[in-house]
Design a binder for this molecule. Structure first.
Ligand SMILES: Nc1nc2c(ncn2[C@@H]2O[C@H](COP(=O)(O)OP(=O)(O)O)[C@@H](O)[C@H]2O)c(=O)[nH]1
Ligand SMILES: [Mg+2]
Length: 168
């Protein structure tokens, strides 16, 4: 029988339209997606890459941001080990972000917040914590998907949270 050498984790990146989800998974994978689920630059289906991190094979999905495709959130979330909510720092915290947090919390998996486009505008993590009513143990980081800034580090921390959860 074939040996499976790596454990795998399913992680899903959620976020509003234009928050930078496609860019985020592209930078993390170091590849431009060959097949993007995009039509006129709006992600209509999901993006998917596989990356190796901390001895895990990570199946990293990005959800379609447009509200009209929210029916896909549940499909993507099925079996996820962790989630990342990407905020667009140039826009701030929006109703869709509230909706996404409520959605993610139903699954009871570790998740982190990435305030993206930090290269243009810096959002204060504590402002985000208050706005989204997040407890202190939820990590909030500032990222620039465009400049590949803080992506690996945040993913590592999410994996640490997942490990902690699974070793309980
Ligand atoms: N300045 C800046 N632009 C970004 C960043 N991340 C994404 N973008 C840009 O924002 C736009 C939307 O990004 P995209 O990844 O398609 O967003 P998605 O709709 O969430 O998948 C594109 O023009 C990206 O180049 C970032 O960290 N900084
Ligand atoms: Mg996209």
């Amino acid at each position: 029988m074939e040996q499976i050498s790596k454990d795998s984790l399913k992680i899903v990146v959620f976020g509003a339209l234009n928050a930078g989800k496609t860019t985020f998974v592209e930078r993390l994978s170091g590849q431009e997606l060959f097949l993007k689920g995009e039509y006129e630059s709006i992600t209509t289906s999901f993006d998917f890459v596989q990356i190796k991190q901390q001895d895990y094979l990570i199946h990293l999905f990005a959800s379609p941001g447009h509200r009209r495709f929210s029916f896909m959130w549940e499909t993507l979330a099925t079996g996820m080990d962790g989630a990342i909510l990407l905020l667009d720092s140039t826009v701030g915290v929006t109703p869709v972000d509230h909706e996404l947090i409520d959605f993610i919390e139903q699954y009871g998996v570790p998740y982190i917040i990435a305030a993206n486009k930090d290269d243009i505008f810096k959002m204060d993590p504590e402002f985000i914590r208050k706005e989204l009513k997040l407890s202190d143990n939820i990590l909030i980081g500032n990222t620039s998907a465009l400049n590949d800034d803080n992506l690996d580090n945040l993913l590592d921390k999410l994996i640490d949270d997942i490990n902690k959860r699974n070793n309980k």
